[in-house]
Write a protein that binds this ligand. Sequence first.
Ligand code: SF4
Ligand code: SF4
Length: 437
Amino acid sequence: MATTDVLNVTAWDGTRPPEPDLIDDCVHCGFCLPTCPTYVLWGEEMDSPRGRIVLMRHGHDEGSELSGEMVDHFDNCLGCMACVTACPSGVQYDKLITDTRAQIERRHPRTPAKGALRRAIFELFPHPGRLRATVPALVLGQKLGLPGLVRRVEGVPALRTFTAALGIAPPVRLRDAFRRLPETREARGESRGRVAFLQGCVQRVYFGDVNDATVRVLAAEGFDVDAPAAPRCCGALMGHTGEDGPARELARETIGRFEDYETVVVNAAGCGSAMKEYGHLLRDDPEWAERAEAFSGRVKDVTELLAGQSERTVRHPLPLRVAYHDACHLAHAQGVRSEPRELLRAIPGLELVEPDGWEICCGSAGIYNLVKPEPAAELGRRKAEALIATGAEAIAAANPGCTLQISAHLERLGHPLPVYHPLELVHLSLTGQGVPA
Ligand code: SF4
Ligand code: SF4
């Protein structure tokens, strides 16, 4: 079926619509359904991967329109890519939903309230300088007991998004948020090579200690690390939510900055998956398509890089029962599951345990817990319960969004536990300083 934006006779315009060939890969077997969080929550066919793929196909039919109902089903999707892992037919739902979301943002007018919320999110989170400006208010809020106040007013519909945002606000420390990572750190001992490290946007401000630990471990294991301040953001938040103009711009900037490196290391699952998708994002850009494809092949999650290397540094015991949480954009979007576990199991004394329902998203999903707070909160509660049931003393999670979501829901259930990035645990083991009291 031809798609055209001249006559506007289908739901999709001619700019990168969800590709019919990829849609046709789905044989409607339904194996993906039990792993889809929205299907698990509501049992609605159109809120399953299979149902959404049917809607994508329908969008190519002559005379089809992008109805509000269709948009709702796509908006409900968390983009967790559990369906990609589950699908025996190799359906590339990741590419399909990315292209579908971009069509929606281009062709479907948002209500003023939803549009304003999205703009506010994209004007804040991908800008580390602006995010840093929020930190003093967050610190003050923690001191004044804001989380308790938020819980008292969170049933008020008009305050829904506001309370959702404050409910997951990180307990950030001023000194961490304003600490700058050295732009270069030399390898300890003989160098295994020079790598680039992406600082990220949210990660560098709210989780500066994670970046610091990552770079220190890389250097201790023999890598020279360049961690430039630019780019400010890789474009993941925008790319995963249909804002493909800014996402493409940030992708070009990121490629341009890191193109000379053989290996580009990232420690946030959402960023890593976005950078590995640049080839698809820029596939029709004559100047950048080839460069983007080559670049994506050089991106590595830090656990992928380290798990394949022989250890150079002694691991000191870290007696701790740790539940590993699979961040969707690491496990499903990048297929990285064994490497972080391998690194954690190499720590003497650390006992690694697995929660039930590892494949189901925690509800963070980029900006999902801000724009869809109710289902996100239900998924967050379920994930926290599964993690608590392991009897763990701490959680390991490799994505800032997961860390915020899980911490908030553990706290709500009255069972707060520390949530570490796996590289923080490796770093604690290298230094031998033990877990902070
Ligand atoms: S990406 Fe996640 S939420 Fe969306 S259809 Fe696939 S499994 Fe369901
Ligand atoms: S996406 Fe894959 S698992 Fe799901 S219905 Fe289609 S073919 Fe089956």
